[in-house]
Design a protein around this ligand. Structure first.
Ligand SMILES: C/C=C/C(=O)SCCNC(=O)CCNC(=O)[C@H](O)C(C)(C)COP(=O)(O)OP(=O)(O)OC[C@H]1O[C@@H](n2cnc3c(N)ncnc32)[C@H](O)[C@@H]1OP(=O)(O)O
Length: 252
């Protein structure tokens, strides 16, 4: 049953997917992944939907995967994280333009999903990180393929292997943010971009987009490779110590 943490609306040919779990900085639970996948998958054969927007609302995009889920997902329950993997497949196989509106922190999967999106708007309060390394983990979601392709090896190394955070200006310079706007304005601007895309000839958009992007099978192959290594790392001492440190950080 939907619990309101993902809100899906439709307006003038655009499906808007909003992460709404502000008390947890929009950290993404497995239920949220399932609902986002459903929203993307069901748009594919719906000719009324010309593009999609993913937004976290104002103040934060998402704190990434819910770390409590990581703690629950031990070796005996590998299916615990499978909705995250399905969401990545939904992104990789998606054939409709997705616009992301990022206002505030974008962490982990928040940042990775941007590299599957087609147009990214950020406020100048946005920050971008994929701090897998600090959790003893490795990249997921074909990030190890898409990030170096988009922003070059050295920047990808800084983000993925050193765990550095990029400002909106750095993300723009790195080429994965199209436009930087004032805080509170990302959604308005995303709707303008959506209207622009909706006015274009849909079939030509779909074919041009397909030409520009890595083939879906290449993406899913890398997603699977990374997912296998990620699953191994989840059980590592380094990772378990990092998850526990996060869970206990306010109790100390
Ligand atoms: C396969 C994909 C993997 C990934 O996505 S890896 C990335 C995982 N994410 C992270 O490592 C980020 C962890 N979170 C943080 O570093 C911080 O939070 C923030 C910088 C996002 C915000 O800091 P601040 O403004 O000080 O808020 P706060 O008090 O830390 O958080 C507010 C509430 O949100 C919960 N929360 C934040 N992020 C997560 C998360 N990722 N998973 C689960 N809960 C999270 C906290 O615990 C707390 O909750 P309470 O008020 O009940 O103590």
């Amino acid at each position: 049953m939907p619990n309101g943490n993902i809100v899906v609306t439709e307006e003038r040919g655009t499906r808007v997917i909003t992460l709404r779990r502000p008390s947890k900085k929009n950290a993404i639970t497995q239920d949220m992944y399932r609902e986002m996948s459903h929203a993307i998958d069901t748009a594919q054969n719906n000719s009324d939907i010309r593009c999609m927007i993913i937004t976290g609302g104002s103040g934060v995009f998402t704190a990434g995967d819910d770390i409590e889920d990581f703690l629950k997902a031990d070796a005996s329950q590998p299916e615990m994280l499978s909705n995250g993997a399905k969401f990545l497949y939904s992104l990789a196989l998606n054939a409709k333009p997705i616009i992301a509106a990022v206002d505030g922190a974008s962490i982990g999967m928040g940042t990775v999903m941007l590299f599957h999106c087609d147009y990214v708007l950020a406020s100048n309060a946005a920050t971008f990180s994929a701090p897998y390394i600090h959790l003893g983990l490795v990249p997921v979601g074909a990030a190890s393929l898409l990030m170096p392709n988009t922003m070059g090896y050295q920047r990808a190394f800084a983000m993925l292997v050193m765990g550095r955070t990029f400002s909106a200006a750095e993300a723009h310079a790195a080429g994965f943010v199209n436009t930087v706007v004032s805080p509170g304005h990302t959604e308005v601007e995303a709707r303008k971009v959506a209207r622009e895309i909706c006015r274009l000839p849909a079939e030509a958009v779909a074919t041009s987009r397909r030409l520009l992007r890595a083939p879906p099978e290449e993406l899913t192959r890398r997603i699977d490779q990374e997912g296998h290594l990620f699953g191994e790392r989840l059980k590592s001492e380094e990772a378990v110590a990092a998850f526990n440190a996060f869970a206990n950080r306010k109790k100390r």
